[in-house]
Design a binder for this molecule. Sequence first.
Ligand code: XMP
Length: 328
Amino acid sequence: MELPSKRPDDMVRITTPELAQAFIDEQVAALREQVGEKNVLLALSGGVDSSVVAALLIKAVGRQLICVHVNHGLMRAGESEQVIDVFRNQMDANLVYVDATDRFLGLLEGVAEPERKRKIIGAEFIRVFEEEARKVAGDVSFLAQGTIYPDIVESDGVKAHHNVGGLPEDLQFELVEPVRLLYKDEVRVVGRELGLPESMVERQPFPGPGLGVRCLGAITRDRLEALRAADKILRDEFDAAGLAGKVWQYFVVVPDMRATGVRDGKRAYEWPAVIRAVNTVDAMTATVPELDWALLKKITDRILAEVPGICRVTYDLTPKPIGTIEWE
Ligand code: XMP
């Protein structure tokens, strides 16, 4: 079944569980008809869009859906584990998990220039996914994607670099894009109705290159680990303060530089951690929220006490423009 490429003017905005359920019923029937007995491949990042597409297809065709989750070693703390837990353990999905950490970090060694880092990560992602696609190519006819409506109508969509593109000629599958006419808020309502956990449904945007563009300059494993640990503290404290879903994006950046401090009476020479939090509608411009001082202080104290290698914490007050949301 071909979905129209433009959202019909009279299409109802999905805002309630009932409307979501009607959408799910309709899509499950349509997906069954489109896919038949064939198999479908999906790159499952764990972001809300690909997760909703996975859950829809699992409902429609069960284990005929083959999900491939590529862990590039640049995921946030606990993310790959959550994908495995939700999809393999709870939804009995046919999930291929590829831990490609060493491949990605090996290729990135000594590479400091942000756009080169992005290119390396993007190209390697396609290579790893292609290898997995080849293993099942004979049996798979369809490629599912979490394309949503803003990706189609906005040429500079937030996710422009995110989708799996560039598969070679001999691996051309027919596309399945069940949420392509939905806006982000509708995808979240549908995801909730499909039983996905709230932390997945409300997940903030996360760039394709992941922590790779937040561990500034040439990535080293120790600094990446410090970033991941500090970022987890930040996210946990935002969650505890009820800010998840209220502040658009929040994360930690660790620059490739050191600052002095005093730890246990001795001079320390360690990395600073930068807290970045922004609100935006379309990611083209962004403002910095006035966070509660006690929250900032708690995050700072915890990072300094719990994360080895970090001896200083700052809050970035730069709006976009002039600063981009990410630091690289
Ligand atoms: P900037 O830093 O350009 O970010 O203000 C705007 C939004 O885009 C996200 N972003 C990316 N997303 N691949 C992605 O999929 C990327 O390379 C990339 N760079 C930035 C960023 O997180 C923010 O939401």
